[in-house]
Design a protein around this ligand. Structure first.
Ligand SMILES: Nc1ncnc2c1ncn2[C@@H]1O[C@H](COP(=O)(O)OP(=O)(O)O)[C@@H](O)[C@H]1O
Ligand SMILES: [Mg+2]
Length: 382
């Protein structure tokens, strides 16, 4: 496959969708650069599919415009847009073999000699050996690759993917994430991928837009979103964050906060608006950035690190890491992930510990927000 340089950026301007009085998507401005792998990430019901369907033309926007490479396509019917969609249900034709499934779009346009193009597509998705099989003779992941091939053979400028891996089990999903990423790199067209799975979005996408209740909360490359969340929703939804509420004691290059009877520092340039004395702040620290010491060894902790005392209430051995839950005056249920380099026999539930970390690894958030926004509950997961 050669790289396609056609297309241009997808730009949504003030796009919104209301059903009756319910706003499924709030007026949204979004630019998806040509050739990028873009993820729309958010919990179920936040408006991802609706947004995607407005790009595809399957849903009429209540307000706003969709342009592609500067051309306004808002009024175009789906089949006139240079856009194809892959859904979670592959919707392959069961009575046709893989070749004919992939050839479908070409045949419909009256193209007779399809063999070369179909072969190239099957090569691209690594299903060359399966050309004569029927869909039911393939695994879920293989069927989904057929669906991708069937969409790409139409040479869309943009491929829309709506939770395409949702029906696959975890291991297969991981493989397919890498596979889709490879295919996107190879064909070079814009992929807009909808998912509720934050790991999936981070693995695949160049840019992730985190959606919440019909709005984009934050947009950026995965590492930046993870390291510098700007809202509690993003901090909690994208991985796990420990959020500790504190009172600002002093400001400067570092901000010093009093929390749970101790003092904690964080860089001022990782904080929101300038913080006045006496102001409140949420300190955020990711679980893998915290180290644990048994309280008896506390004097071995290097100077200048943030410290919080607590007691281990739970520990789970995950193999690559051990995940601890620590109760502390600074915050309820602090999470610590520690790599399993050596056994830490004394770090068992009940142990008194000191959590310590580099102040530079701390981020600050506005304390006026709901501290638990974006935390996945057992109910959500069901
Ligand atoms: N045709 C419709 N009529 C009324 N409400 C709808 C319709 N389609 C979607 N919604 C509502 O809009 C919201 C966003 O839906 P959707 O875009 O499918 O979310 P997501 O894909 O993020 O799970 C949901 O609350 C959903 O119930
Ligand atoms: Mg959806």
């Amino acid at each position: 496959m050669t790289q396609q340089q056609t297309g241009g950026d997808v730009r949504l301007t003030g796009i919104s969708k209301t059903y009756g009085s319910f706003a499924a998507v709030q007026p949204l401005d979004l630019t998806v650069p040509q050739g990028s792998f873009f993820a729309l990430l958010g919990a179920s019901g936040c408006g991802k599919t609706t947004t995607l369907r407005m790009i595809a033309g399957l849903e009429e926007a209540t307000t706003g415009t969709v342009t592609l490479g500067g051309r306004d396509i808002t009024g175009l019917p789906p089949y006139k847009r240079p856009v194809n969609t892959v859904f979670q249900s592959y919707a392959l034709f069961p009575h046709l073999d893989i070749t004919e499934n992939v050839a479908f779009g070409l045949r419909r346009r009256g193209i007779k000699s399809v063999k070369k193009q179909v072969d190239d597509m099957l090569e691209l998705v690594q299903l060359g050996d399966f050309a004569r099989r029927r869909p039911h003779q393939l695994s879920g992941g293989q069927q989904q690759r057929v669906a991708v091939a069937r969409a790409l053979i139409n040479h869309p400028q943009v491929l829309l993917l709506d939770e395409p891996l949702g029906a696959l089990d975890l291991k297969l999903r991981r493989q397919m994430q890498l596979e889709l990423k490879r295919i996107q790199t190879e064909v070079g067209i814009t992929f807009i991928h909808v998912t509720h799975d934050q790991e999936e979005a981070m693995t695949m996408a160049d840019t992730v837009a985190v959606m919440n209740a019909g709005r984009v909360e934050q947009l950026g490359d995965p590492a930046d979103l993870y390291e510098n969340p700007r809202t509690t929703f993003v901090a909690n939804f994208l991985g796990t964050s420990n959020l500790i509420e504190g009172e600002v004691v002093s400001t400067g290059t570092d901000i010093v906060v009093s929390a749970g009877g101790g003092k904690l520092r964080l860089p001022a340039d990782r904080c929101p608006a300038p913080t006045a004395n006496g102001g409140r702040l949420l300190l955020g620290i990711r679980p893998e950035k915290i180290s644990l010491a048994h309280r008896d060894d506390a004097d071995e902790i290097a100077e200048g690190r943030n410290r919080v005392t607590g007691r281990i209430v739970d520990s789970s051995f995950i193999g690559v890491s051990t995940q601890y839950v620590v109760e502390s005056p600074a915050g309820k249920s602090l999470q610590v992930y520690e790599q399993n380099v050596e056994r830490r026999a004394r770090l068992t539930p009940g142990a008194e510990v000191v959590l310590h970390w580099n102040p530079a690894h701390t981020f600050g958030l506005d304390a006026a927000q709901d501290i638990d926004a974006g935390v996945e509950t057992v109910e959500d997961a069901a």
